[in-house]
Design a protein around this ligand. Structure first.
Ligand code: NAG
Ligand code: NAG
Ligand code: NAG
Length: 409
């Protein structure tokens, strides 16, 4: 630097006239012709463009984080309003929280984490919506959809599936690129989460931003999740994680009802884990054995409910469920039950239905041969879970398939 500055000055002051001018030009040309100079010396035009671009990017990022900040602030206010008059557990149900902050992850609190473990077409959409009708609930609907229509019963997939599940329960989206990517083309990853989906729709691309997802998630005092792809022997790892303090409900359904309901769903057929009654009932039997252990090990954090019992007396069972989870049963949940259990409306994925008949359509829609086919693969599972076999076509129409069932430990 000093060398050529000096020669430039020397040239300039030492020589006059055209000769001097050309020599200066030649000197500079020589310098700029060296390849290394080309590499490290970007053009002024490029530098100028880069400078403008950085400013623009910075401006864009600043305004984006400002939008995010505004959304989060509005959500905080909304949650505050929603939680007015809430009855905090305050020591009941083995939960000490006495005010909103105690539940907030962004304030180092522990949210109430409610999990439903079940299988496809077992009434979990209905039960999930019942939980989502609770105020300020962040609903992780089917965290493992990207794993396809399979059951995860152990290695090699169990570890990855548990990582995804735990990351979501911790509102930690940093390592969830695959989950988020899948959400870009499958809206069901986000759209059942009513509070989140409102923002996803209003602000394009926001839900693919892991920082936003984490921050949004951490505002919510209640985190609920329904899982159909993890069998209980894997899902019990979530209970073992004391820091998560999850409460888990195993939702069980009569396999005849599940199989009949799955017949309406084209996505189910090619996948044996979904379409084969023997596979369904092997899982129901293995779930039973694990469930008996978990009831003893986690008496306040693990519970079982049969879809049929829930549907026949939804008010009683939802009250019990809310107590188990440590939730306050608010008028909105009662309204949800009023509107969703008395009339049937909509398609097969709809949860508006007459709940007292919904679990039993198989009795009229299946022939006795079809019922028998399921019963042959399911004798043990049905015995474990208290479902009565149909003996013949007449019996099938008339009998009560559900026993008054008490779990014996
Ligand atoms: C699961 O998470 C643990 C801890 O972060 C990590 O060491 C492990 O590699 C993860 N496993 C898979 C399969 O993603
Ligand atoms: C209550 O919670 C604490 C920690 O959260 C736990 O150690 C204890 O076992 C729980 N008690 C019951 C009865 O579940
Ligand atoms: C059908 O099964 C019921 C219950 O086992 C039995 O009482 C009845 O006689 C059977 N009917 C016929 C037609 O076999």
């Amino acid at each position: 630097m000093s060398h050529w500055t000096m020669s430039k000055i020397t040239n300039f002051f030492g020589l006059l006239g055209l000769g001097c001018f050309f020599s200066v030009l030649l000197f500079f040309n020589g310098k700029y012709d060296s390849p290394s100079m080309h590499e490290i010396q970007p053009s002024a035009a490029f530098l100028e463009a880069e400078k403008n671009n950085t400013t623009a990017n910075k401006k864009r990022n600043d305004s984006k984080s400002k939008v995010i900040e505004e959304i989060l602030n509005r959500q905080r206010e909304f949650i505050n309003t929603d939680m007015k008059g809430y009855q905090y557990p305050n020591g009941k149900y083995n939960i000490s929280a006495s005010k909103l902050e105690d539940f907030l992850m962004e304030r180092n609190g522990t949210p109430i984490r409610n999990i439903i473990v079940t299988t496809w077409r077992s009434g979990s959409t209905f039960l999930g919506d019942i939980l989502n009708a609770h105020p300020a609930d962040f609903y992780h609907f089917e965290p493992l959809v990207a794993f396809d229509e399979i059951k995860i019963r152990g290695p090699p997939l169990a570890e990855k599936a548990l990582n995804v599940t735990k990351d979501l329960l911790n509102c930690e989206y940093r390592n969830l690129d695959e989950y988020i990517e899948y959400g870009k083309t499958h809206s069901l990853v986000f759209d059942r989460n009513t509070h989140l989906w409102k923002q996803c729709r209003a602000h394009k691309g926001l839900c693919y931003n892991h920082q936003f997802l984490s921050a949004m998630c951490k505002l919510f005092p209640f985190q609920s999740m329904k899982i159909v792809r993890l069998r209980l022997q894997v899902a019990q790892e979530l209970l073992a994680d004391e820091k998560l303090a999850v409460r888990m409900v195993l939702l069980v359904r009569d396999p005849r009802g599940t199989v009949q309901s799955r017949k309406h769903h084209y996505w189910c057929k090619p996948h044996p884990d979904c379409s084969d009654p023997a596979s369904l009932c092997a899982d129901l039997a293995s779930d039973y054995k694990v469930a008996m252990k978990l009831l003893k090990k986690y008496p306040t954090r693990f519970m079982i409910i049969r879809y049929e019992d829930l549907s026949l007396d939804p008010y009683k069972h939802v009250a019990e469920l809310y107590k188990f989870y440590g939730l306050d049963l608010r008028p909105r949940t009662k309204q949800f039950l009023d509107s969703h259990t008395k009339v049937k409306r909509g398609d097969h994925m709809s949860t508006f239905r007459k709940s007292s008949t919904a679990p039993f359509h198989w009795k009229t829609e299946f022939t006795f041969e079809e019922v028998e086919e399921v019963q042959q693969s399911c004798a043990i599972a049905m015995k474990y879970w208290g479902y009565v076999p149909a003996m013949n076509a007449t019996h099938q129409q008339e009998f009560n398939p559900v026993t008054d069932y008490v779990l014996r430990l």
